[in-house]
Ligand binder design. Structure first.
Ligand SMILES: Nc1ncnc2c1ncn2[C@@H]1O[C@H](COP(=O)(O)OP(=O)(O)O)[C@@H](O)[C@H]1O
Ligand SMILES: [Mg+2]
Length: 260
């Protein structure tokens, strides 16, 4: 089961200021769940702790207290149950797109024909079958991100974790990849937790949006768009989209639309 559960997760960093070591509290008892097959967006102002929370779920950072569960297992460090995508794909420049995808699978112990077939099928899934033999410098920013997504999915993780995956792309490429991610989600049924500071992106992609502020969870908003989501181009113009966007905007800016 690809359910992610953060239970009372806190994180403090030791920071040296003027020769003295100070403790900076980045997360203060965070709790939220990403259900199996759900897409959850983590959003909030810069510095509120989004990346820290995600890096703890990735296993790249240890929590100071609290725990993260994937299904019934408590995590300690990274694992093949979680696929990771960053803002910049950070592909190995001397390997082709296909070899970059194969790399993770080799690490996992896959070899031979199965390895190649599997990597090819994931490149196909992200629409890059014809660019398999290109090296990273021959790929556009959007294509590199697609390879990064293929690489993360190829290890067949239970959960896909993404930190501002489309944040460095131009608006048009970003829209293309957003639609692509929804399609990939429909095909693979992966549980997805992603960080974004873009409210529209959160509404377009997520089933629920976790709004953070100053290291705490401020609000969790459900995005009920149903069938409307099948046509992202049209969705942006609907009143339902505007309403959810409005609710989130107020949550982000510390105002409630329901309480006064
Ligand atoms: N490695 C680190 N050392 C010290 N402070 C850090 C470190 N990583 C993050 N922080 C601090 O933790 C807070 C949250 O940062 P971050 O999670 O990167 O926020 P966000 O992703 O929401 O912009 C910030 O105050 C940041 O300066
Ligand atoms: Mg961040």
């Amino acid at each position: 089961m690809g359910e992610v559960n953060l239970v009372d997760v806190s994180k403090s960093f030791a920071v040296k200021v003027g020769g003295k070591v100070q403790s900076v509290r980045a997360l203060d008892r965070i709790n939220f769940t990403v259900h199996d097959r759900e897409i959850v967006a983590l959003t909030g102002p810069s510095g509120c702790g989004k990346t820290t929370a995600l890096r703890i779920v990735m296993g790249l950072e240890a929590a100071s207290s609290g725990r993260v569960m994937i299904g019934s297992r408590e995590i300690s460090g990274c694992g093949y149950d979680r696929g990771i995508v960053f803002q910049h794909a950070e592909l190995l420049p001397w390997l082709t797109a296909l070899q970059n995808v194969m790399f993770g699978l080799e690490m996992k112990g896959m070899r031979g024909g199965e390895l190649r077939d599997s990597a090819e099928s994931y490149l196909d899934l992200v629409g890059l079958k014809d660019s398999a033999n290109r090296r990273p410098h021959q790929l556009s920013g959007g294509m590199k991100q697609r390879v990064g997504i293929a690489r993360a999915l190829a290890i067949d993780p239970e959960v896909l974790l993404m930190d501002e995956p489309f944040g460095a792309l131009d608006a048009q490429t970003r829209e293309g990849l957003q639609s692509e991610l929804l399609r990939i989600h429909q095909r693979t049924g992966k549980t997805i937790l992603f960080v974004t500071h873009d409210i529209d992106e959160a509404v377009l992609l997520a089933d629920r949006v976790v709004v953070m502020r100053s290291g705490t969870v401020q609000e969790i908003t459900e995005v009920k768009l149903g069938e409307l989501r099948n046509d992202p181009g049209e969705l942006r113009g609907t009143k339902e989209f505007a309403e959810i966007r409005h609710t989130l905007w107020h949550a982000l800016h510390g105002r409630s639309t329901t309480r006064h």
